[in-house]
Design a protein around this ligand. Structure first.
Ligand code: 6R9
Length: 635
């Protein structure tokens, strides 16, 4: 079908218009022609954003792993499906073919079954970027278990919260992980978490760093011997289109993380279709996304989207600066990467190193460069375009979210002319709207407002695990009949979108979404702390860094403040993880509050950004006098 691969701008507009005018026909054609179904759907789409309820391909039966693996075996059995590049550059890369992936996923699926896991059970996956991670997702999907991957950089408390929120019966982990020159004791973190997780019956442990760990009798099992003993055949569980495929947690503006639930058919169709078009993927390309599978980018564009297209997808275990800042470019040269997808924070860190680190390597294989996770600033965009892409590989600045499942606004490479810092045009089937502060849609171009989506797309998250009301409240209550993204955006004179950043209490640090509420909760756990407020301020590598304003119970505290700062960051590390540590901590006697007792973060944000020329009206504050005091002591 010609619609599957967009080749020029006019075709984009044609296909886009069709996808908007006849969304059901459009997606039905895509679904018909590019996937294998055990049974086709009775109904393409039913939806109601007031409930909210969205169903795609209802009545269809399928298994996503048959689409990602089995159907490729006849034509691509010996092709590399997953190309694993280890942390240590001296350790050989591992090429896992589709034939091998089929066997390994089936063996893993059989182990899960033997351990009593079945359809609908939740399995927590806390595994570093090693092949077992991708394989464990697929093994769950094979038998209809719902995977809940927790990024293996989260602390034991964060892990326990996520395990308990969706009642996981099993945890899959590894003895440890490598990160550059360091190794991390993952199993120790799991053991600590499980003290608070009575529902977990078994733990499967992959061996990666050969460290001495304790195995709890009756609960913990080494994975490899079980895999070796398992059969390489495992029938795929036949799933309904709307059966949950996975849960993935994202930060919200209250303390509790939101378990976004993605279902099977719509997610598969949209991630596969966006992968093919947004990266202009061709057979025999070698595609590399540098994200961790612990985030949605890894789920959709390391695992499901690429494999549904029979692609070769690279999994990199390490970090951009080990053994030196040339590692990414070394990998591009070594594996002749054609599509490279990374985050602005990585681009900024690498751009700081100067061009020699890039120019040492042959990057001529690159065709398409991608950016995701946060707004890309102009300087980073140009560096990426000129130094890495040599002005010939278009940058796709792709905007999307955990909640959207797949790419929503992006240039299509070689089709949409790019513009620095602009995510450009909505993807096929995506209907954005910008809203003003009164809840009215801003029509026409050259407008700026809050970004909403007016019509369901196949991979929209269906609910928040265990809390549908929170799902409605967070995404569908601000603007009537629209999905609200939490982002601000502008539309320029030709209709290109530029994402301006979060408009809620989520701060994106190094591409990671962090809610201010859980960080403040962690700080407030410190016995010396009475109250705190966290805001973001610009940082040249991380995009944003965190600034904490902290009121101590006894302001005249005689203890050394630097120690207290370390202790507060330690609290945060324990409760959330090191990614949420504060760059600056200012101790203060008060926080600016409204008469209803709400902290005025807008003012704190301006102070942290050293932009105090126009603080707006502070007269309505309960305590306007603290503002000057905070300004005088700003760090
Ligand atoms: C895929 C992913 C979602 C938030 C999103 C927005 C920001 C992502 C962006 C971008 C500007 C881009 N974001 N891509 N902002 N330009 N190209 O990152 O999901 O971790 O849920 O984050 O990230 O603020 O709302 P997630």
């Amino acid at each position: 079908m010609s619609n599957y691969h967009i080749k020029h701008l006019e075709e984009y507009y044609q296909v886009y218009r069709k996808s908007i005018r006849e969304p059901e026909n459009f997606w039905e054609e895509v679904a018909e022609e590019h996937f294998v179904w055990r049974k086709k759907w009775d109904d393409v789409l039913s939806w109601d954003f007031t409930k909210p309820e969205v169903k795609w391909f209802e009545g269809a039966k399928l298994n996503i792993t048959e689409n990602c693996i089995d159907r490729h075996l006849a034509t691509r059995g010996d092709k590399t499906a997953i190309l694993f590049e280890p942390n240590n550059p001296d350790e050989p890369a591992e090429h896992i073919t589709y034939n091998q992936l089929y066997k390994r996923v089936n063996q893993f699926a059989n182990v899960l079954k033997e351990q009593g896991i079945g359809k609908g059970d939740r399995v927590c996956i806390y595994v570093p970027m090693i092949p077992e991670l991708a394989i464990s997702l697929l093994a769950c999907a094979r038998i209809g278990a719902i995977h809940s991957v927790v990024f293996a950089g989260f602390s034991s408390t964060a892990l326990a919260t996520r395990i308990n929120d969706c009642d996981c019966k099993m945890v899959i982990t590894s003895d440890g992980s490598y990160r550059g020159s360091k190794s991390i004791d993952l199993k120790g973190i799991v053991d600590e978490a499980l003290e608070k997780c009575p529902g977990v019956k078994s733990v499967l442990v992959a061996k990666r760093i050969n460290s001495e760990i304790t195995m709890k009798e009756g609960r913990d099992l080494w994975l490899q011997p079980l895999l070796d003993a398992a059969s390489t055949a495992c029938k795929a569980e036949i799933m309904d289109a709307e059966d949950p495929l996975f849960i993935l947690y994202t930060s919200g503006s209250t303390g509790k993380p939101k378990g976004m639930v993605h279902t099977t058919a719509g997610y598969m169709v949209f991630t596969a279709y966006t992968f093919k078009n947004a990266f202009q993927y061709r057979e025999n390309d070698i595609y590399w996304c540098t994200a961790d599978i612990g985030w949605i980018t890894g789920h959709s564009y390391i695992v499901y989207g690429p494999l549904a297209n029979g692609a070769t997808t690279v999994m990199f275990e390490g970090v951009p600066h080990y053994p030196d800042f040339g590692r990414f470019w070394n990998i591009v040269e070594k594996h002749k990467i054609t599509q490279f997808y990374t985050a602005p924070t990585a681009i900024r860190a690498l751009a700081k190193q100067g061009v020699e680190m890039v120019e040492k390597y042959d990057l001529s294989s690159l065709k398409v460069l991608g950016s995701v996770g946060e707004p890309i600033n102009e300087e980073a965009w140009h560096w990426y375009n000129d130094v890495v892409g040599k002005n010939k590989s278009p940058i796709i600045d792709s905007w999307w979210q955990t909640e959207t499942g797949g790419i929503m606004i992006t240039p299509i490479p070689f089709v949409t002319p790019t513009k620095p810092t602009y995510a450009t045009l909505p993807f096929i089937g995506v209907q954005p709207a910008l809203m003003d502060e009164h809840g009215k849609e801003l029509k026409g171009n050259q407008v700026e407002g809050r970004l909403c989506i007016k019509f369901p797309w196949p991979s929209i998250a269906r609910t928040i695990w265990g809390n549908h009301e929170r799902y409605r409240e967070t995404y569908f209550s601000t603007y009537e009949n629209k999905y609200f993204t939490g982002d601000g955006a502008l539309r320029d004179e030709v209709g290109y979108y530029r994402i301006t950043g979060r408009v809620d209490d989520v701060i994106i640090v190094s591409g990671h979404n962090l809610g201010t509420a859980p960080i403040e909760d962690a700080i407030n756990e410190h016995p010396a702390v009475a109250e705190s407020a966290v805001v973001g301020f610009p940082h040249d590598v991380k995009g944003n860094a965190l600034y904490g304003f902290v009121i101590l119970k006894d302001f005249g505290e005689t203890r050394v403040h630097d120690n207290l700062r370390n202790e507060i960051n330690q609290m945060i590390t324990e409760h959330i993880g090191p990614i949420a540590k504060l760059d600056k901590i200012q101790f203060t006697s008060g926080l600016p509050k409204t008469r209803s007792g709400k902290i005025m973060r807008r003012i704190l944000r301006k102070i942290a950004c050293k932009d105090t020329s126009n603080l707006g009206d502070t007269s309505t504050l309960l305590n306007p006098e603290v503002v000057q005091d905070i300004i005088d002591n700003v760090l």
